[in-house]
Design a protein around this ligand. Structure first.
Ligand SMILES: NC(=O)c1ccc[n+]([C@@H]2O[C@H](COP(=O)([O-])OP(=O)(O)OC[C@H]3O[C@@H](n4cnc5c(N)ncnc54)[C@H](O)[C@@H]3O)[C@@H](O)[C@H]2O)c1
Length: 326
C-alpha cells in the first residue's frame, strides 16, 4: 500500500462527512500518528484531535500546505476539501476557488515533493442531462449543469493530465451520494436521504426537497471509505482509469427510501416539496455502470438498502442520545 510505505498520510477536509470516517479508518489501519488530519475548523471534533495529529489548514493557501507537507514528511494526500453541489450554486466563486485552486495546489506540491500518491474524489455530479441516465458508462458525455459538476470534470482532467505529464500517481472515484449519521453538511443534493432519517426520529415526518420518483445512486459511507482505501492499495498497473472511476452500490427512489423508513419508524410520514435541488437531481444518473472498478481492482459493495436503513436509524438515535445535534 503506497500509504503505508512512503511517509505519512495527510487528509485534507478531515472534518467533513467523508473525511472523518476516512481518517478514522486510515488511523486504525496504519497507526494514528501516521495520519495527519487537516481542516479549516478552529475547533475540530475531539475525536479527530485526540486520536492523532491535527493541522488547521486552508487548502487554497499553497505556502501553508507546503509547510504541512514538509513538517510531517507527508507521502500521500487524500484531498477531500470541497464546496458541494447545492452550496456551489449559491456561491460559485467560492466553489471555484476551493474546488479548483486547492486541487491544483495539491497536485503541484505532490509533484514538487515527489509524493507517492494522491486521492481526490469526483462525483456523479460530473455527469449532466445529456449523459445516459441508466447504467451510465465509464466513458460518456460530461456536460454538467452545476458549477460543482464543472469543477469535478475539470478536476478529473487535471488529475489525468498530472498523471500523463508528471507521472503523478493520482487516483479518483466518482462517489455517488453518500450517507452517514455522524456528520451532516447540508450542502449537497443527496442530503434528503440523510435528512429523512434524522427527521423521522425527531418529528416522525419529513418534507423532502425532491419528488418521490427521484432516483439516484447512493452509498453508505463505510462502502465509500473501503472503496477509497482499496483503490489506493491497488498496484499501479491495475489502474486503467486516470480521470475517475465510476462507483456504485445502491439506487433507490425517495419514495422507496420513505417506505423503508416507515417500516422501521411507525407512523412516519414523508411529503414532498421539490426545491431548486430537484433540477440538479434530475440531471444526474439513476444507475451507474462501475464494471471498470470491479474489473481493475475488485470493487464490490457490501451494504444493501436494509442494512443502510438499520444502520442509519441506529446511528442517528445514538447520536441523539449523546446529545449530538446533526
Ligand atoms: N458527500 C457526498 O455525498 C459526496 C458525493 C460525491 C462526491 N463527494 C466529494 O467528496 C469530498 C468530501 O465531501 P464531504 O461530503 O465530506 O463534504 P463536506 O462538506 O462534509 O466536507 C468538506 C470539508 O472540507 C472543508 N473545507 C472546505 N474548504 C476548505 C479549504 N479551503 N481548506 C481546507 N478544508 C476545507 C470543509 O470545512 C469540510 O469540513 C468532496 O470532494 C466532495 O465533492 C461527496
Amino acid at each position: 500500500m503506497t500509504t503505508e510505505r512512503n511517509g505519512k498520510i495527510l487528509v485534507i477536509g478531515a472534518v467533513g462527512q467523508v473525511g472523518r470516517s476516512l481518517t478514522r479508518e486510515l488511523r486504525a489501519r496504519v497507526g494514528a500518528d501516521r495520519v495527519v488530519a487537516a481542516g479549516r475548523a478552529t475547533e475540530p471534533p475531539a475525536e479527530l484531535r485526540a486520536a492523532g495529529p491535527f493541522e488547521k489548514l486552508d487548502a487554497t493557501d499553497k505556502a501553508a500546505l507546503d509547510r504541512v507537507i514538509r513538517r510531517h514528511a507527508i507521502g500521500t494526500i487524500y484531498h477531500l476539501a470541497a464546496v458541494l453541489s447545492a452550496d456551489g450554486e449559491k456561491d460559485p466563486v467560492r466553489a471555484w476557488t476551493i474546488n479548483v485552486e486547492s486541487l491544483r495546489n495539491v497536485l503541484d506540491l505532490a509533484v514538487a515533493h515527489s509524493l507517492a500518491g494522491v486521492f481526490w474524489p469526483s462525483s456523479i455530479a460530473a455527469f449532466g442531462p445529456t449523459t445516459p441516465r441508466e447504467n451510465t458508462p465509464q466513458r460518456t458525455v460530461l456536460e454538467p449543469t452545476t458549477l460543482y459538476g464543472v469543477t469535478k470534470v475539470l478536476g478529473e482532467n487535471l488529475c489525468h493530465y498530472y498523471f500523463k505529464r508528471h507521472g503523478l500517481d493520482v487516483r479518483s472515484l466518482r462517489y455517488p451520494g453518500l450517507l452517514t449519521y455522524e456528520t451532516y453538511s447540508g450542502g449537497g443534493t443527496s442530503d434528503y436521504s440523510v435528512e429523512m432519517f434524522i427527521e423521522a426520529l425527531r418529528h416522525g415526518r419529513y418534507t423532502c426537497f425532491v419528488r418521490p420518483d427521484t432516483t439516484m445512486p447512493l452509498m453508505y459511507i463505510d462502502d465509500a471509505v473501503r472503496a477509497t482505501i482499496e483503490l489506493m492499495q491497488a498496484p499501479a498497473q491495475r489502474i486503467s482509469i486516470r480521470t475517475s472511476y465510476n462507483l456504485t452500490a445502491l439506487s433507490f427512489s425517495a419514495a422507496e427510501l420513505a417506505a423503508e423508513v416507515a417500516r422501521r419508524v411507525p407512523g412516519f410520514v414523508c411529503d414532498y416539496q421539490p426545491n431548486f435541488r430537484q433540477a440538479i437531481a434530475d440531471s444526474w444518473p439513476r444507475t451507474i455502470d462501475d464494471s471498470a472498478a470491479r474489473q481493475d481492482w475488485g470493487w464490490q459493495p457490501r451494504v444493501d438498502l436494509a442494512m443502510l436503513c438499520d444502520t442509519m436509524l441506529r446511528g442517528v438515535a445514538d447520536m441523539a442520545a449523546k446529545g449530538v445535534r446533526l
